[in-house]
Design a protein around this ligand. Structure first.
Ligand code: TXA
Ligand code: MG
Length: 337
């Protein structure tokens, strides 16, 4: 039986959440909002439902999914040998944009983890996601990758999901635009050493403050744990994207425009904004100069720019500052064509 969803939602939303829970219990797929990006969810304990996610996303079977839970205490239900630092982080940041990689127990099927003995878990901070998890009950959880085709830009509105996966998903819950706009921060605890696997919605400095110690940065290239987000090409728009320091941007843009190509220059600094338009085939778009606001908009803007049929997106390199880690990471992967 399905329990009553949380308050704070309209009656219509509550009815949709109940319908979504029934679809999930019957082995279907439901796209749902989280504070980071929209997820494509299925019952974690139902391998045939999990396989639907891989099929819809066209995602290779060895790329593990994040498991979404409705309460911190549910960590016990899916993971074992949970280190103290993982509890600390969960208590401090959940619900919120943080995923912890832990040793899984036998309730997690192989297909969720791509055969690995670890599982990624997070408690999302979105009323609809939490109400959906509550409706499923404490013995269930939602395996959910971002609701986009493998390698493409993650969706930050229900319309993005509709456009990209619409007919293939059993239901899409609309929770408006995602507040964070970039995926969760992923952290692992191999040998009790906290390590950042993917920068995201929680800043590195915030993690280090709570842990009262350093967090290892991702060591690129020689990662032993598979993360699809750690492939070089990911989160990519269809239009080729290149990153240049501010002082090279316009020169590059002009060189491409001379080849009759349509260029969009995407800046964030005030310097860049005062530069003159040198050619009719060069347009400029000013992104926020604050990394959180930049991250919030990034995916929706990339989708918008893709529709505008530019030949190249030239992006002003973000500042070399820890607060920009997540934005820089996504731009670098988006540029890896
Ligand atoms: O914000 C988010 O995390 C969103 C929302 C929907 O929660 N989800 C998301 O899922 O970004 P996805 O599947 O697009 O990315 C999950 C990342 C992948 O890079 C995956 O490889 C990694 O998490 N991951 C999952 N389980 C893992 C594990 N056991 N070990 C290492 N990495 C893991
Ligand atoms: Mg993804």
């Amino acid at each position: 039986t399905l329990s009553t969803p949380q308050s704070g939602l309209t009656t219509e939303q509550q009815q949709q959440i109940s319908a979504a829970a029934q679809i999930l219990c019957a082995g279907g797929t439901v796209a749902f909002p989280t504070e980071t990006v929209y997820g494509l969810g299925a019952d974690v304990t139902n391998p045939s439902a999990i396989h639907k996610i891989y099929r819809i996303k066209q995602r290779p079977a060895d790329h593990p999914l994040i498991v979404h839970i409705g309460a911190i205490a549910q960590l016990h239900h899916w993971a074992q040998a949970i280190p103290e630092s993982a509890w600390k982080l969960a208590q401090h940041f959940w619900p919120g944009p943080l995923t912890v990689i832990l040793q899984r127990n036998r309730r997690i099927p192989d297909c969720v983890t791509g055969g690995q003995d670890t599982v990624g878990l997070r408690m999302p901070a979105h009323p609809i996601a939490l109400a959906l998890l509550q409706a499923l009950g404490p013995e269930k959880a939602l395996a959910a990758p971002s609701a986009n085709r493998f390698g493409r830009i993650s969706p930050t509105t229900a319309a993005h999901v509709q456009q990209e996966l619409g007919p293939e998903v059993d239901m899409i819950l609309d929770g408006g635009a995602c507040a964070v706009g970039l995926e969760s921060t992923i952290i692992s605890f191999h040998d009790d050493l906290p390590q950042l696997l993917r920068p995201g919605g929680i800043a590195l400095s915030a993690l280090e403050t709570v842990l009262e110690g350093p967090v290892l940065l991702p060591h690129n290239g020689q990662q032993t744990i598979r993360t699809s987000g750690s492939l070089p090409a990911h989160y990519a728009p269809a239009t080729p994207l290149r990153i240049y320091p501010a002082e090279q941007l316009w020169q590059r843009a002009v060189a491409l425009a001379e080849q009759d190509l349509r260029i969009l220059v995407i800046t964030w600094s005030h310097n860049a904004q005062s530069w003159p338009a040198l050619s009719q085939s060069i347009e400029q778009f000013a992104m926020p100069s604050d990394p959180v606001a930049y991250g919030q908009q990034l995916y929706a803007r990339l989708r918008q720019f893709d529709r505008a049929a530019f030949d190249y997106l030239l992006v002003e390199a973000p500042p070399d500052h820890p607060g920009w880690l997540a934005v820089t990471d996504r731009l670098q992967r988006a540029s890896y064509h």
